[in-house]
Design a protein around this ligand. Structure first.
Ligand code: GLN
Length: 225
């Protein structure tokens, strides 16, 4: 089966590391900066960086509405850190003019872990990721403060002051983590996303085939009627 093509939104952030992690899973990966490039990918990674800046750049590059439309239409997307914030339906501690993509029925709090723990690393056990816990790197990270009924919690912090906080979620074709798996050389989180993209692509192909079949049937009925 041809590997899926996954884009990495390349307005800001650690794009190269995500491209490398995606390629390590066997996917094709390319940067996405324009609506035309967005239209050509089977899935999209929204990297970490600064969500307010990324939102502004997306607007300036004419990408904000295409991104919102693509996610609404079912394009699989994985948001890491700032990318999680961009996908969240509700953002706390955001400036009033912050723009986002939305689609994920969660409330996230920006810079949630507090100033004393700006950045930290810990092991997080993730549902759907086989093997030992992933080494999670948090950099001025958000956490998920509330998640809607269709959101599956994939992982929480265990122990410490943030014990129990949700840091990885999935809702349908959307995945988000508070942390940065692209920085660790472990591509298991990317592999989980690539698998989801494969399934979504296969489903789309089946839908196309069956609607083409239905169309042909309707046509022949039309002729015989
Ligand atoms: N604090 C950043 C924001 O609010 C996210 C940090 C990151 O992506 N590493 O966008």
């Amino acid at each position: 089966m041809t590997p899926p093509t996954i884009g990495v939104l390349a307005l800001q952030g650690d794009v190269r590391e995500h491209l490398a992690a995606l390629r390590a899973t066997g996917a094709r990966a390319r940067p996405v900066r324009r609506p035309g490039e967005l239209a050509e990918v089977d899935g999209l990674v929204l990297p970490g960086g600064e969500s307010t800046t990324m939102g502004k750049l997306a607007e300036r590059f004419g990408m904000l509405q295409p991104l919102r439309d693509a996610v609404r239409a079912g394009l699989p997307a994985y948001g890491s850190c700032a990318g999680m914030i961009l996908l969240a339906d509700t953002v706390l501690d955001a400036p009033a003019d912050q723009v986002t993509i939305g689609g994920l029925d969660v409330t996230v709090r920006r810079n949630a872990f507090g100033r004393q723990v700006d950045s930290f690393e810990t092991a997080v056990q993730l549902a759907g990721v086989p093997g030992p816990p992933v080494h999670a790197v948090f950099i001025r990270a958000p956490w998920v403060e509330a998640a809607g009924p269709d959101v599956e919690v994939l992982g929480r912090v265990e122990g410490g002051p943030a014990d129990g906080k949700i840091v990885a979620v999935r809702q349908g074709r959307l995945v988000a983590t508070s942390f940065h798996p692209e920085l660790t050389g472990d591509s298991r989180v990317h592999a989980l996303f690539v698998e989801l993209v494969r399934e979504a692509t296969a489903m789309r192909a089946r839908d196309h085939a069956s609607s083409a079949g239905a169309g042909a049937d309707a046509g022949s009925e039309g002729r015989t009627a």
